[in-house]
Design a protein around this ligand. Structure first.
Ligand SMILES: Nc1ncnc2c1ncn2[C@@H]1O[C@H](COP(=O)(O)OP(=O)(O)O)[C@@H](O)[C@H]1O
Ligand SMILES: [Mg+2]
Length: 232
């Protein structure tokens, strides 16, 4: 469904990505792992159309989307939930969700029902100001808002950063429920062990290059992953 081939990108004259290739199939959960500064966010931003690639090709559902503007890419079915929640704290849960649908076509009511069934707590709190939710609830709201544009692919950038272990587990179990709704997920995570236990496949990125790829199980057993990312 998503195919990234030999992608190079960066900021001004500074090249950050050096030939990234990856793919995400329908209904897959794919983890993108790597240390701080490896290029994970840059990869997601380039796929999202927020950053123009220097070279390489991105195709989605058979269409070449390389260099297309972000709003078009959202309409084609790719949604990114950025690092840091970027919610509107003085707006209600419901209003935040509506903002996520502003580019979408089709029935907002259906989308709302879908995200409320995935996250019942958001339905209970729909009239509450987003800024008054707990950290975990705010994270769920950020993810739910990302689903309001009816994506076929949801890209999550470090959604569990700074959350308690129990909440991290809740975020990852939400990822599994999202997949059951037919949405593929490209997941950037620092919690390598937990990310690989929900992911079908994963890629390890180091200084802008993919250095390893494999099934979640293979990567969990891999010596390099174990020493460099799992501290074993
Ligand atoms: N807006 C920016 N301008 C210049 N350099 C940036 C910018 N954002 C990130 N970088 C640099 O690009 C590299 C990759 O960053 P990033 O993709 O954010 O890594 P990750 O998400 O894996 O931590 C880092 O060296 C970082 O300093
Ligand atoms: Mg990042």
């Amino acid at each position: 469904m998503l195919s990234v081939d030999d992608l190079e990108a960066g900021y001004g004259d500074v090249q950050v990505l050096w030939g990234i290739s990856l793919r995400v199939e329908e209904r897959e959960i794919v983890a993108l792992l790597g240390s701080n500064g490896a290029g994970k966010t840059t990869t997601l931003r380039t796929i999202s159309g927020l950053l123009k690639p220097m070279s390489g090709r991105i195709t989605f559902d058979g269409a070449d989307i390389t260099g297309r503007p972000a709003h078009e890419i959202v309409r084609l079915g790719i949604s990114m939930v950025p690092e840091g929640r970027r919610l509107f704290p003085k707006m209600t849960v419901y209003e935040n969700l509506r903002m996520g649908a502003y580019l979408a076509e089709g029935d907002v009511k259906d989308r709302l029902e879908m995200v409320y069934s995935l996250f019942p707590i958001l339905k209970e709190r729909r009239d509450q100001l987003a800024g008054t939710l707990s950290g975990g609830e705010q994270q769920m709201l950020a993810i739910a808002r990302g689903l309001m544009s009816s994506p076929k692919l949801l890209m999550l950038d470090e959604q569990s950063l700074g959350l308690a272990p129990k909440i991290v587990q809740e975020v990852l179990s939400a990822v599994e429920r999202i997949r059951e709704e037919g949405v593929a997920v490209l997941l950037v995570e620092q919690n390598v062990q937990q990310a690989l236990s929900v992911a079908d496949r994963g890629y390890v990125i180091e200084t802008g290059r993919i250095v390893l790829e494999g099934s979640g199980e293979e990567l969990l057993q891999n010596d390099h992953v174990r020493t460099a990312y799992l501290g074993l």
